[in-house]
Design a protein around this ligand. Structure first.
Ligand code: SAH
Length: 252
């Protein structure tokens, strides 16, 4: 059995209780050292063998896992945020299955959720947007043809753009071309929940300049949409004139 654990966005206290228990009892830990805060491993067993997957290819990762499992060791694979978002977890699970090794996954707090929390915003703000699009720009690795940023952006939904901060000029130009107003609010969150976290607030017109002035070129999310603004309608869920399955309306 290989246990995949979502390490959360950075703050070691944003690890789930279950994920922490698995890490702390592991004999072998493979973690994505380019993004996972090493502090999430601080209570690992002193005898635990720790591998940083930033220096390994898929074959090497599977090799370490396979050997450890055949030696009867407990193996934990630690991914940043939640492994289901740009985690490259599926290819590992499929290879393990071919070797007859089962996997389990313990979810984590994805960085896009941590970003909303540090911004103190709600992606699904009533009357502004009820949809969140999680995507990335096409860079060295392509995206499917029907998922180009320009097409997704036409919805003017709340957007969270991963892995794309180095293309911030092109990103903001594309969103404007797709019909977001030039003054649509944008936030860039660098290393959400880490001690050196930075938050930049701007609009599609000026965010690129701010990002460059701060020298941010990695580990950042760009979030876009009117959910960052201050205009919205109150929710029906807590509306006193609206009856829900749990609460009777008190209005006329
Ligand atoms: N599985 C991860 C994402 C991995 S892809 C998750 O659920 O968050 C790596 C990208 O995630 C980075 O390039 C950056 O865009 C984003 N990212 C990861 N951690 C972050 C953090 N703490 N703050 C801001 N962005 C982060």
């Amino acid at each position: 059995m290989i246990t995949f654990v979502g390490a959360g966005p950075g703050d070691p206290e944003l690890l789930t209780i279950k994920g922490k228990r698995e890490i702390d009892s592991a004999d072998v830990i493979i973690y994505a050292g380019s993004l996972v805060n090493p502090d999430v491993l601080r209570d690992a067993k002193p005898s635990a063998e720790i591998h940083n997957s930033a220096h390994m290819n898929l074959d090497e990762v599977i090799d370490v896992m396979g050997k450890a499992v055949s030696d009867g060791k407990k193996v934990v694979r630690v991914h940043t945020g939640d492994p289901s978002i740009y985690g490259a977890i599926r290819e590992q699970m499929d290879r393990l299955k071919q070797l007859g090794i089962e996997s389990e996954v313990i979810p984590g707090v994805s960085s896009f959720l941590a970003a909303a929390s540090v911004l103190k915003k709600e992606y699904t703000l009533p009357s502004k947007s009820q949809t969140v699009i999680i995507t990335r720009m096409e860079g060295r690795t392509p995206v499917p043809p029907k998922e180009k940023l320009i097409d997704l952006a036409r919805h003017n939904a709340s957007m969270v753009i991963f892995l794309s901060i180095s293309f911030i000029d092109e990103l903001s130009d594309t969103l404007k071309k797709a019909g977001y107003r030039n003054d649509t609010p944008v936030a860039v969150v660098y290393k959400a929940t880490w001690p050196d976290q930075k938050i930049l607030i701007g609009t599609l017109d000026d965010i690129a300049g701010k990002v460059k002035a701060e020298g941010i070129d990695r580990t950042a999310l760009t979030v876009v949409g009117d959910f960052l603004g201050d205009e919205y309608e109150l929710s029906k869920l807590y509306d006193k004139n609206f009856t829900t399955g749990f609460r009777k309306g008190t209005g006329e």
